[in-house]
Design a protein around this ligand. Sequence first.
Ligand code: PRT
Length: 106
Amino acid sequence: MADDILDTLEAVIRDRRSGDPAASYVAKLTAKGRAKIAQKLGEEAVEAAIAAVQDDRAGLTGEAADLIFHLLVLLADMDLSLDDVRAELARREGVSGIDEKAGRAD
Ligand SMILES: N=c1c2ncn([C@@H]3O[C@H](COP(=O)(O)OP(=O)(O)OP(=O)(O)O)[C@@H](O)[C@H]3O)c2ncn1[C@@H]1O[C@H](COP(=O)(O)O)[C@@H](O)[C@H]1O
């Protein structure tokens, strides 16, 4: 879906990974290595959690954007995509549906 912002951002991130670190944050972060990308993801997750606990809706919106952005950078570094995540979520939905039909609670 070309007009989905997440798909657009994912494509831009993949394009920038091998770019000039002086001109691109994605290229700069990627050059620092996977551990640094993962560290940034963890930091953004903590900041999002803090915003939520503080009932800061605007803050959480911004931190959620940072979190999703850094998750996309990490997924790209692992050669994974949003479609891989979508497939996993769809698989779980299917599994959940089977459980519901069997009368089991999640
Ligand atoms: N969506 C984002 C985005 N969200 C957050 N960030 C950056 O993430 C960083 C997080 O802030 P921090 O203060 O925690 O980190 P920092 O101090 O800059 O970096 P460190 O020294 O801590 O590693 C900031 O530099 C933000 O600019 C983003 N940087 C880029 N994008 C998009 O990614 C695409 C490619 O960007 P470039 O790679 O810069 O061309 C473009 O579409 C951009 O809009």
